[in-house]
Design a binder for this molecule. Structure first.
Ligand code: URA
Length: 272
């Protein structure tokens, strides 16, 4: 927590930034006002756990591949069965292998035109997307719309989705397990849409879908061949900055403008 005295407004902003963006109880609990006696009483009522001897550490053979989690197995099976976008959407809605579903208000599947030759992949829904069940409708979505407009496009000529279908609480970074559980659906999504050009906005989607370790600073502005199981022909893919990052660092808009011009040329059938 920042030091010094904060105004109530700054304290509220700080709380939202830390992820406390939903009221859980009708009235706040002032933990500082709890008396030392109350605290001691609460602590003394806690059972004392017996100390267990440490269990021996079982080391896995260095080369043994990790078995996929049940969530990943389930999503692979369900995704493989989806023959079209309606079935895929229903399969994602029925999926119980990603814990984010429990805290989200709505599933956020996609927006735009699935027939479009341009597909945009973001990271995860934010608060507004969670409320509406539609990707990129908050502040970064408005900027994404302007980025599309700059190359003569809108949501009738682009298709938009994310690598996660549910909002991580407080917009925290998704865990590797959450990304892995959704990945078979995301790969099937791309394979069913089969766009001419795929654009990853932000490091999370670029790294997950290209299976790369580098950050977005290194990945952006270059063309990649996106491949996945079930896709016969690779799809040309470009990584660029996330609009949420551009809102914080508007100086980087020039780079994104350059990336979008390259995307425009590629869609027009020319340029690299
Ligand atoms: N950021 C994303 O990556 N996706 C959204 O849908 C909204 C914000």
């Amino acid at each position: 927590m920042p030091t010094g005295i904060m105004s109530p407004l700054d304290a509220l902003r700080w709380s939202i930034e830390m992820g406390a963006d939903e009221a859980v109880l009708d009235a706040p609990i002032d933990r500082y006002a709890e008396s030392a006696a109350q605290l001691a009483a609460r602590q003394s009522s806690l059972p004392t756990l017996p100390v267990r001897p440490a269990e021996p550490v079982v080391r896995q053979a260095a080369q043994a591949p990790l078995a996929p989690s049940q969530g990943v197995v389930d999503s692979r099976n369900a995704a493989a069965k989806a023959g079209n976008l309606t079935e895929l959407r229903a399969a994602v809605a029925a999926f119980e292998g990603c814990a984010l579903k429990q805290t989200a208000t709505n599933m956020v599947f996609s927006d735009g035109n699935p027939e479009a030759d341009l597909m945009i992949m973001g990271e995860a829904p934010g608060a507004e997307e969670d409320r509406q069940g539609v990707p990129f409708v908050g502040a970064s979505g408005k900027l994404l719309d302007r980025m599309l407009e700059a190359i003569g496009r809108d949501r009738t000529s682009a298709y938009i989705s994310n690598i996660l279908f549910w909002r991580p609480p407080g917009n925290r970074n998704p865990t590797d397990a959450e990304v892995a559980a959704c990945m078979p659906f995301v790969q099937r999504h791309i394979a069913l849409v089969r766009p001419k050009v795929l654009v990853f906005v932000g490091g999370a989607s670029a790294k997950a879908l290209l299976d790369r370790k580098e950050g977005i600073m290194r990945l952006r502005g270059k063309w990649y061949d996106y491949t996945s199981p079930g896709l016969e022909v690779p799809i040309p893919a470009m990584a660029t900055f996330h609009p949420a990052y551009l809102l914080r660092s508007p100086g980087q808009k020039r780079e994104v403008w350059r990336d979008f011009l390259a995307i425009k040329s590629r869609l027009a059938g020319s340029g690299n």
